[in-house]
Design a protein around this ligand. Structure first.
Ligand code: ZN
Ligand code: ZN
Length: 340
């Protein structure tokens, strides 16, 4: 059973999950991280190998005709090597110097496509629709699970981004604890609301639209920009125009537009950067453990982060990142290749 442990010096929680060492390519080594490819042979996410994963929680088949596959276009399964495991009761906290809590949570993998080598920017509208509605389906389901307090939806693409299986997939990891960074962001948003009687992220959106320098793309429902204090080159934010705290509260139109935006941003990165590894993630409000959001003062958003630099000794020591690319310059570059 995994467990959460808190570092007494930093108050940062860590998930200790020894089961995960059994998964393929668990540790990054220079030979793996360069360009090692696994291929379709024995891939647990390829059609025909469905028996290699735990039983499905969701199967979508709308776009399967487009893909020449009569079975499925997206499927979601529990992670075979979960970072957290679900328990009906929350485990006891041991309140001595070393604090640990039972690693209560849920971890699923969504297989984005039956095609082993299909990148997201090559996908059709109907495939994007299937993927994004699968995200929403699983996210909304996870919200209802008792004790769950934070949910992170993320994609690791490429070894540099922490990916252990190259077949395109997305993960959703829900936890009975609120990780420190998420709690900190929430506290800052609440403090801003109390001081200014307005949402910090709505204000950021206004400021970015006024300055224009870091905007990549404006659409009906979202603004895409490179943040003022970007931590790494080409860090891209997708902020919804409508103030909503929780990703689960998006409309179908917003969700669909988000999918098309992710596809377009990845296409632009490819055009500008060539081959690249990346993460994307959805930052959403923590929950109160009973299927309700903890506050309406947060503003959900998505981030796309190409892995162009590695955190080095200074970043590890300080938590302060050194970014060699000005966000004004990277936003201008991406603006010039956007097709919308
Ligand atoms: Zn595969
Ligand atoms: Zn807002």
């Amino acid at each position: 059973m995994p467990e959460f442990r808190q570092n007494p010096a930093t108050r940062q929680w860590v998930i200790l999950s020894p089961e995960r060492t059994s998964r393929p390519n668990c540790f990054i080594t220079p030979s793996k991280s360069a360009d090692a490819k696994q291929g379709e042979l024995n891939c647990p996410f390829c059609p025909g190998n469905e028996h290699m994963t735990p039983p499905e929680t969701l199967r979508v088949s709308n776009a399967c005709v487009v893909l020449g596959n009569d079975k499925w276009s997206v499927r979601s399964v529990p992670n075979k090597y979960p970072a957290l495991a679900y328990a009906r009761e929350n485990g006891e906290t041991h309140e001595n110097f070393f604090v640990k809590v039972q690693g209560n949570g849920c971890h699923e993998v969504m297989v984005d496509t039956p095609l082993h080598f299909q990148a997201m920017h090559e996908m059709s509208d109907s495939q994007i629709r299937d993927i994004i509605f699968a995200y929403l389906n699983r996210y909304r389901e996870f919200i209802t699970i008792p004790h769950i307090r934070s949910i992170v939806l993320f994609k690791n693409a490429g070894a540099m981004a922490g990916c252990s299986i190259e077949h395109p997939h997305t993960q959703i990891l829900a936890s009975a604890l609120v990780p420190r960074d998420i709690q900190e962001r929430l506290d800052i948003a609440i403090q801003h609301y109390e001081k200014h009687d307005s949402c910090l992220y709505c204000r950021m959106l206004d400021m970015e639209l006024r300055e224009k320098k870091r905007i990549v793309l404006e659409t009906e429902h979202f603004v895409v920009f490179h943040p003022f204090a970007s931590k790494s080159p080409y860090e891209t934010w997708i902020l919804p125009r409508r103030h909503t705290s929780c990703f689960g509260e998006v409309t179908e139109l917003e969700a669909l537009e988000l999918g098309f935006l992710l596809r377009e941003i990845l296409r632009c990165f490819g055009e500008e950067l060539g081959a690249f590894d990346y993460n994307y993630l959805v930052q959403s409000v923590p929950l109160n453990g009973n299927g309700r959001v903890s506050t309406g003062r947060y503003h959900w958003h998505a981030q796309v982060i190409p892995k162009l630099t590695m955190p080095a000794g200074f970043e590890v020591a300080t938590g302060m990142y050194i970014n060699p690319v000005m966000p004004e310059a990277s936003a201008k570059t991406l603006r010039s290749v956007v097709i919308w």
